[in-house]
Ligand binder design. Structure first.
Ligand code: CDP
Ligand code: CDP
Length: 230
C-alpha cells in the first residue's frame, strides 16, 4: 500500500518549473498541476465578463460561477478548462498577463485556487509548480523543490524561446522585465515567492534541463520507494 505523494516546485519566472515538472511527472507517473494556469483562467473569466474595470466584488461574485478543471495529457501537455471550454491557449495572452497580478493578490481567489488543488491531491500523486506551493498550499508536501537561476540565465532562456517562435527580443530588455517580475513576486502581500525552510534548493544556472529533470526524478523515485517500504 502506498500513499499519494505531493511534490511542490517553486521558483522565479524562467527557472524551469513548468518544463521540468512536466517531464518529471511523465516519467514518474504523477499528475502535473499548473497553478499559474488556474490564476490565468480566473483572470480571463473576469476580463471576459467585466472588462478591464473589474472590482474585487465582481471577482468574488464571479468565483461562484467558475468551474475549473485541468488535465495532464499523455503527451506531457496540460489542458485547462473553464466552465467546459478549453482556455489553455487563450490564457497566455498579454491582457491576461497585465491583469493577473491584481487578481492573484485577492485573498478569496488564492483560497479558491488553493482548495481546488488540495482537493485534487486527495485522489492523485501530484507535482505542482508555482510560487507559494511549498510554503502555503502544501506545507506538508513530501518533496519541496526550489528552482533558481540567475537573472542573466533566465533572460537568455526566454530569449531562446522567443527566437524559436521567430521573434527577436533584446536580452537586456528581458533581464529588466524578469528582475521587475522577481520584485513583484517577492514583495506581494499574499502568495509571495519564498524558499520553504525544508526545500531542496537547486541553482540551475549551469545545469541543462535534462540534468535538472534527472536529479528531480531521482528525488521523486527515492521518495516513492521509501513510501513502499514504510
Ligand atoms: O515555468 P518557469 O517560468 O519557471 O520556466 P519554464 O517555462 O519551464 O522554462 C523557461 C525556459 O528555460 C524554457 O524554454 C526551458 O526549456 C528552459 N530551461 C533551460 O534552458 N534549462 C533549464 N535547466 C530549465 C529550463
Ligand atoms: O508567466 P509565468 O510562467 O512565469 O507564470 P505562471 O506560472 O503562468 O503564473 C502567472 C502568474 O500567476 C504569476 O506571475 C503570479 O502572478 C500568479 N501566480 C500566483 O500568484 N501564484 C502561483 N502559485 C502561481 C502563479
Amino acid at each position: 500500500m502506498h500513499k499519494n505523494i505531493v511534490v511542490a516546485v517553486d521558483g522565479p519566472a524562467g527557472s524551469g518549473k513548468s518544463s521540468v515538472s512536466k517531464e518529471v511527472a511523465k516519467r514518474a507517473g504523477l499528475q502535473y498541476i499548473d497553478s499559474g494556469a488556474l490564476y490565468r483562467a480566473i483572470t480571463l473569466y473576469v476580463l471576459t465578463n467585466c472588462g478591464e474595470d473589474f472590482t474585487q466584488d465582481d471577482v468574488s461574485r464571479l468565483l461562484n460561477d467558475i468551474r475549473l478543471k485541468q488535465f495532464f495529457n499523455d503527451d506531457g501537455s496540460c489542458t485547462t478548462y473553464c466552465n467546459g471550454v478549453d482556455v489553455s491557449e487563450k490564457i497566455r495572452n498579454e491582457t491576461v498577463a497585465t491583469h493577473i497580478g491584481k487578481i492573484s493578490d485577492i485573498v478569496v481567489v488564492r483560497e479558491y485556487v488553493n482548495s481546488l488543488m488540495r482537493n485534487w491531491a486527495k485522489d492523485h500523486s501530484i507535482i505542482v509548480d508555482g510560487r507559494d506551493i511549498g510554503t502555503v498550499v502544501f506545507p506538508d508536501a513530501d518533496i519541496k523543490i526550489y528552482l533558481d537561476a540567475t537573472v542573466e540565465e533566465r533572460a537568455l532562456r526566454r530569449a531562446k524561446e522567443y527566437a524559436q517562435k521567430g521573434k527577436n527580443i533584446d536580452v537586456n530588455e528581458l533581464k529588466v522585465q524578469i528582475a521587475r517580475r522577481d520584485q513583484q513576486d517577492i514583495n506581494r502581500p499574499y502568495g509571495a515567492l519564498r524558499i520553504a525552510q525544508d526545500a531542496i534548493y537547486i541553482d540551475t544556472s549551469a545545469m541543462t534541463q535534462q540534468e535538472v529533470i534527472d536529479y528531480m526524478y531521482s528525488l521523486v523515485c527515492d521518495r516513492i520507494h521509501s513510501n513502499y517500504r514504510t
